[in-house]
Design a protein around this ligand. Structure first.
Ligand code: GDP
Length: 670
């Protein structure tokens, strides 16, 4: 599919050299691809999957024949190009092939060099502690190859050849996908429930039977899909995986509370993703609701309501009384119309995983959103490294569906594992293709896990010493774990790196404590807490555990911990000067320097520089400060006093004692 900048489908991309499973390997080698963008697909919609497949096969065969024809310039009767020169030959030879990553030994072999020579280059780049069995990424391999006069070519397997479907038909309007965002307790859940229950009551049987993380409601203005996952986390988890499923954000702001940090965060998220925002000014029924004030606050964040000449739709609603909800749905419909959202129900389904879990009885269950094509029961689906035959599909009312078209969320049973929120899923032709795809992904992941990537050129130029805050992360659901991991890592700065050494779903366990203890890490729990002996172990091992229910608090604490890793810096701040006039050795006190403060002041806690003939002969602290026989806190300019410099009896008359204090400069992360 072809999307414009805001993610709206504007056409269908067709690969003429389509993906036959048999042919994909050859195809991969020839890389002969042509892309045609069809913006006006008024083809006859094809009926029946079997006939579609047959047509596809026929076309591919035809194209296969076409492909075998010699290129234009070489057809019979025309002048044949001269043979490749030796120079061209040697250039071709000086190219190494890298499949995303490459083992050092293999790289050496391809260039006919000793592995040691490669290792030396890598050492030179600062990559030490490698063995020839380690793999390096393409970028690093390219740099190394360059050192030997070679060029590198990335010959990675293209998944698209297996999963792209060339059978997309007519583009039809589709339901918008809406995410509710906003500060905690402002009423996201209540609003969703109200919308949902009102609509269910209007005739749909079954009632609300389960929570599936997303559901479709029919409104007077058409259908709307609401994502009912923890708003922000899910949103950023999806985005971090490049799956921007949300078409419209409904920003819920309580009229009695106003714009809060999470509200601002939500605005930022939506703007960054170029997703339009509709504001639902909730709790309008409350006596202390102050919509005017809240609208003012929203304006400060760039959301100017229509009544003030802006473009933001602001609807006053109450999840309690139901006031304004119809208007909100109407506005959503209006916004959707402007977005002109379209999708095609033809061809193999593709979409995004919204949530996944493993049910004790039913096995892995994934809530997915179909974005294009139609998903049928019995088809083979692949999501990340999980796959399986679709055994059953259920909507949010527990109704069993046999086929599911675009913009529809369903629970799918039949996968052999639980993918992560934000993973894409695809239907593939058969189990063999699924296996191929997954084994490729597994291999790729394993190789990447053992990959050592080189420092970027910039890093090589100015290598900075960085400290790392290591974190073991636990969250209640997959969406949060991924979103928080992402958010934590993004806190990294040039001085302190955040390294999430483990992120998982569930309670904090003894194993987590072990991991943290071994890796000098702290544990952060999001909506989860230690179970069993984990708490005790943590105390014994001195592992810190922090648990939060608000992403903001977790991030704040992390920043604080990051700062804690930095050594504070000190600055000397001059206080004054005293001149040594005479010395009085006094038992128990040591040598007392009889002084006169000639500038500023000297305090009991001053640091002292002893300057003799313009040179600093000692740096120390005040051991005692007295005026006559009394200990004093400070002595000001013009007064006389007795100063003992700690551990420095060698003080002499005429020495200048410069008093200063050390001011701590709080470290900063940047
Ligand atoms: P969420 O954290 O954003 O999902 O907020 P909830 O939906 O859990 O609502 C938080 C609290 O506000 C609950 O006690 C709701 O009953 C209450 N609430 C939500 N919407 C309204 C409303 O429109 N009017 C009033 N009076 N209370 C509301």
């Amino acid at each position: 599919m072809v999307r414009n900048a805001s993610g709206v489908i504007v056409g269908v991309e067709k690969r003429r050299s389509g993906p036959s499973i048999k042919g994909f390997i050859q195809l991969n080698q020839t890389r002969a691809r042509q892309q045609v963008i069809i913006t006006d697909a008024n083809e006859e919609p094809q009926r029946g999957r079997a006939s579609q497949r047959k047509q596809r096969e026929e076309r591919i065969q035809q194209q296969g024949r076409k492909r075998k024809m010699p290129p234009r310039g070489m057809r019979r009767g025309q002048h044949q190009p001269s043979r490749v020169t030796t120079q061209e030959m040697s250039e071709a030879k000086k190219r190494i092939r890298v499949n995303e990553v490459i083992q050092i030994a293999d790289l050496a072999h391809q260039m006919g060099k000793k592995a040691g020579a490669i290792m030396r280059v890598l050492w030179g780049m600062g990559l030490r502690g490698l063995t020839i069995n380690n793999a390096i990424d393409f970028e690093t391999a390219e740099l190394v190859a360059g050192e030997f006069g070679y060029t590198a070519e990335n010959v990675a397997f293209q998944e698209d050849d297996l999963i792209t479907d060339d059978e997309r038909g007519e583009m039809l309007p589709r339901a918008p996908v809406v995410t509710m965002m906003g500060h905690v307790d402002h009423g996201k859940t209540s609003l969703l429930d109200k919308i949902r229950s009102a609509r269910v009551a209007e005739g749909e049987s079954g009632g609300i039977t389960q929570h599936i993380g997303a559901y479709k409601v029919s409104t007077d203005n058409g259908e709307v899909v609401f994502l009912d996952t923890p708003g922000h986390e899910a949103f950023s988890a999806m985005r971090s995986r490049g799956a921007n499923v949300t078409d419209v954000v409904v920003l819920v702001v309580a009229a009695d509370d106003g714009v809060m940090p999470t509200t601002v965060e939500a605005i930022k998220h939506a703007k960054k993703a170029s997703v339009p925002i509709i504001v639902a000014l909730n709790k309008i029924d409350k006596p202390d609701a102050n919509p005017g004030r809240v609208k003012q606050m929203l304006m400060e964040h760039g959301l100017v309501g229509e009544e003030f000449g802006g473009e933001t739709i602001v609807v006053e609603v109450s999840a309690k009384t139901g006031q304004g909800i119809d208007k909100l749905l109407e506005m959503l419909a209006l916004q959707t119309e402007m977005l002109d959202l379209k999708a095609s129900a033809h061809g193999r389904a593709e979409g995004v995983v919204l949530e996944a879990r493993v049910d004790k009885g039913r096995g892995p269950i994934a809530t997915i959103l179909v974005r294009g094509g139609t998903l049928h029961k019995g088809e083979i689906m692949v999501a990340n490294e999980a796959s399986g035959k679709v055994r059953a599909m259920l909507n949010d009312r527990g109704k069993i569906l046999r086929e599911v078209g675009p913009s529809t969320p369903v629970e799918v049973l039949g996968l052999d594992g639980a993918p992560s929120a934000g993973d894409r899923f695809n239907v593939v032709e058969n189990e063999k293709a699924a296996k191929q795809l997954i084994s490729h992904r597994r291999e790729q992941r394993r190789r990447k896990e053992s990959v050592v990537s080189g420092p970027s050129i910039k890093d090589l130029i100015k290598r900075k010493k960085t400290t790392a805050l290591k974190i073991v992360l636990r969250a209640d659901v997959d969406g949060s774990a991924e979103a928080l991991r992402q958010a934590l890592v993004e806190l990294s700065t040039a001085k302190v790196k955040v390294d999430v050494i483990f992120a998982g779903v569930g309670a904090i366990t003894q194993t987590d404590v072990k991991k943290a203890s071994a890796g000098d890490a702290v544990i952060i729990g999001f909506n989860t807490k230690p179970v069993g002996k984990a708490g005790q172990d943590a105390e014994a091992e001195k592992v810190q555990i922090f648990t939060y229910g608000v992403i903001y608090d977790a991030l704040d604490k992390t920043r604080e911990l990051m700062l804690g890793l930095l050594e504070p810096e000190y600055r000397e701040r001059e206080q004054g000067e005293a001149e040594v006039r005479a010395l009085f050795p006094i038992p128990r006190l040591g040598v007392v320097a009889g002084c006169r403060v000639v500038k500023g002041m000297v305090t009991r806690h001053s640091n002292i520089r002893v300057v003799r003939n313009g040179k600093i002969v000692h740096k120390g602290t005040v051991g005692s400060l007295r005026v006559f026989k009394d200990d004093v806190k400070e002595v000001r300019e013009g007064f006389e006093c007795g100063i003992v410099i700690k551990d420095f009896p060698e003080v002499e008359p005429m020495d200048i004692l410069q008093a200063f204090e050390l001011e701590t400069i709080p470290p900063t992360l940047d």
